[in-house]
Write a protein that binds this ligand. Structure first.
Ligand code: ZN
Length: 150
Protein backbone atom coordinates (compact mmCIF):
# COMPACT_ATOMS: atom_id res chain seq x y z
CA UNK A 1 0.00 0.00 0.00
CA UNK A 2 1.48 3.35 -0.99
CA UNK A 3 0.96 6.58 1.04
CA UNK A 4 -1.76 7.82 -1.34
CA UNK A 5 -3.78 4.63 -0.85
CA UNK A 6 -3.39 4.89 2.94
CA UNK A 7 -4.54 8.54 2.81
CA UNK A 8 -7.56 7.57 0.70
CA UNK A 9 -8.36 4.71 3.06
CA UNK A 10 -8.21 7.02 6.12
CA UNK A 11 -10.29 9.66 4.32
CA UNK A 12 -12.99 7.13 3.38
CA UNK A 13 -13.01 5.72 6.93
CA UNK A 14 -13.44 9.19 8.44
CA UNK A 15 -16.16 10.09 5.94
CA UNK A 16 -18.21 6.95 6.61
CA UNK A 17 -17.65 7.12 10.38
CA UNK A 18 -18.89 10.71 10.41
CA UNK A 19 -21.94 9.80 8.32
CA UNK A 20 -22.68 6.81 10.60
CA UNK A 21 -22.37 9.08 13.68
CA UNK A 22 -24.72 11.68 12.18
CA UNK A 23 -27.16 8.91 11.22
CA UNK A 24 -27.05 7.52 14.74
CA UNK A 25 -27.69 10.91 16.39
CA UNK A 26 -30.56 11.62 13.95
CA UNK A 27 -32.06 8.19 14.76
CA UNK A 28 -31.95 8.97 18.48
CA UNK A 29 -33.61 12.34 17.87
CA UNK A 30 -36.30 10.72 15.70
CA UNK A 31 -37.03 8.13 18.40
CA UNK A 32 -37.21 10.84 21.07
CA UNK A 33 -39.42 13.09 18.92
CA UNK A 34 -42.73 11.64 20.15
CA UNK A 35 -41.83 12.91 23.64
CA UNK A 36 -41.52 16.48 22.42
CA UNK A 37 -43.97 16.59 19.55
CA UNK A 38 -46.85 19.06 19.48
CA UNK A 39 -49.20 16.05 19.76
CA UNK A 40 -48.00 15.34 23.30
CA UNK A 41 -49.93 16.95 26.13
CA UNK A 42 -47.65 19.25 28.13
CA UNK A 43 -47.77 19.21 31.90
CA UNK A 44 -48.82 22.74 32.78
CA UNK A 45 -48.62 22.97 36.56
CA UNK A 46 -46.24 21.94 39.30
CA UNK A 47 -49.03 20.03 41.02
CA UNK A 48 -49.72 17.99 37.87
CA UNK A 49 -45.97 17.37 37.42
CA UNK A 50 -45.65 16.14 41.02
CA UNK A 51 -48.56 13.78 40.44
CA UNK A 52 -47.04 12.40 37.20
CA UNK A 53 -43.61 12.00 38.86
CA UNK A 54 -45.19 10.09 41.77
CA UNK A 55 -47.15 7.83 39.42
CA UNK A 56 -44.20 7.10 37.11
CA UNK A 57 -41.71 6.68 39.99
CA UNK A 58 -44.00 4.09 41.58
CA UNK A 59 -44.09 2.14 38.30
CA UNK A 60 -40.28 1.88 38.46
CA UNK A 61 -40.32 1.18 42.22
CA UNK A 62 -38.46 4.43 42.91
CA UNK A 63 -39.38 6.36 46.05
CA UNK A 64 -41.17 9.51 44.82
CA UNK A 65 -40.27 11.30 48.08
CA UNK A 66 -36.62 11.07 47.09
CA UNK A 67 -37.19 12.92 43.80
CA UNK A 68 -36.96 16.67 44.17
CA UNK A 69 -38.41 18.69 41.30
CA UNK A 70 -36.53 21.80 40.28
CA UNK A 71 -38.28 24.19 37.92
CA UNK A 72 -35.67 25.49 35.55
CA UNK A 73 -36.05 27.25 32.21
CA UNK A 74 -35.07 25.13 29.17
CA UNK A 75 -33.97 22.30 31.46
CA UNK A 76 -34.65 18.62 31.17
CA UNK A 77 -32.29 16.43 33.18
CA UNK A 78 -31.97 14.28 36.28
CA UNK A 79 -29.04 14.13 38.63
CA UNK A 80 -28.28 12.49 41.92
CA UNK A 81 -28.15 14.44 45.17
CA UNK A 82 -27.83 13.64 48.87
CA UNK A 83 -31.57 13.04 49.27
CA UNK A 84 -31.98 11.00 46.09
CA UNK A 85 -32.54 12.71 42.75
CA UNK A 86 -33.12 16.17 41.37
CA UNK A 87 -35.38 16.32 38.33
CA UNK A 88 -35.02 19.63 36.56
CA UNK A 89 -37.65 20.56 34.00
CA UNK A 90 -39.52 23.64 32.77
CA UNK A 91 -43.20 23.25 33.67
CA UNK A 92 -45.43 24.08 30.69
CA UNK A 93 -42.68 23.70 28.09
CA UNK A 94 -42.96 21.33 25.12
CA UNK A 95 -40.45 19.04 26.84
CA UNK A 96 -42.53 18.81 30.00
CA UNK A 97 -44.53 15.68 29.16
CA UNK A 98 -45.23 12.35 30.79
CA UNK A 99 -42.88 10.67 28.30
CA UNK A 100 -40.06 13.01 29.28
CA UNK A 101 -40.66 12.31 32.97
CA UNK A 102 -40.58 8.58 32.20
CA UNK A 103 -37.34 9.05 30.24
CA UNK A 104 -35.61 10.94 33.06
CA UNK A 105 -36.84 8.59 35.77
CA UNK A 106 -35.57 5.64 33.76
CA UNK A 107 -32.10 7.15 33.98
CA UNK A 108 -32.52 7.14 37.78
CA UNK A 109 -33.77 3.55 37.63
CA UNK A 110 -31.07 2.12 35.34
CA UNK A 111 -28.13 4.52 35.56
CA UNK A 112 -28.23 5.30 39.29
CA UNK A 113 -24.69 4.04 39.91
CA UNK A 114 -23.29 6.24 37.18
CA UNK A 115 -25.25 9.24 38.38
CA UNK A 116 -23.68 8.91 41.82
CA UNK A 117 -20.24 8.25 40.41
CA UNK A 118 -20.32 11.45 38.36
CA UNK A 119 -22.09 13.55 40.97
CA UNK A 120 -21.94 17.25 40.17
CA UNK A 121 -21.11 16.77 36.50
CA UNK A 122 -23.33 13.78 35.91
CA UNK A 123 -23.08 11.20 33.21
CA UNK A 124 -26.30 12.52 31.76
CA UNK A 125 -24.89 15.89 30.91
CA UNK A 126 -21.70 14.65 29.35
CA UNK A 127 -22.20 14.37 25.59
CA UNK A 128 -18.79 12.74 25.06
CA UNK A 129 -19.58 9.84 27.34
CA UNK A 130 -19.95 6.78 25.10
CA UNK A 131 -21.81 4.77 27.75
CA UNK A 132 -24.37 7.56 27.82
CA UNK A 133 -24.60 7.95 24.03
CA UNK A 134 -24.75 4.28 23.10
CA UNK A 135 -26.38 2.62 26.12
CA UNK A 136 -28.06 4.91 28.66
CA UNK A 137 -29.74 7.37 26.28
CA UNK A 138 -31.17 4.85 23.76
CA UNK A 139 -32.44 2.74 26.69
CA UNK A 140 -34.14 5.76 28.33
CA UNK A 141 -35.63 6.83 24.98
CA UNK A 142 -37.10 3.34 24.44
CA UNK A 143 -38.68 3.36 27.90
CA UNK A 144 -39.84 6.98 27.76
CA UNK A 145 -41.37 6.65 24.31
CA UNK A 146 -42.57 3.05 24.13
CA UNK A 147 -42.42 1.73 27.70
CA UNK A 148 -39.86 -0.92 26.72
CA UNK A 149 -37.55 -1.89 29.60
CA UNK A 150 -34.14 -3.19 28.55
ZN1 ZN B 1 -31.70 11.01 28.59
Amino acid sequence: MNPDEIGNYIGETLKWSTLAGIGYILSLMALAYPSYSPFQKSINSLKELESVVTEEANKLKLDPKKIRIIEERDACWINSCKEGYELSIEVGSRACTRKTVRHELYHAYRDAASLKKFEGASLLRSTLNFQYLFVAEPRAILYGTFGIKI
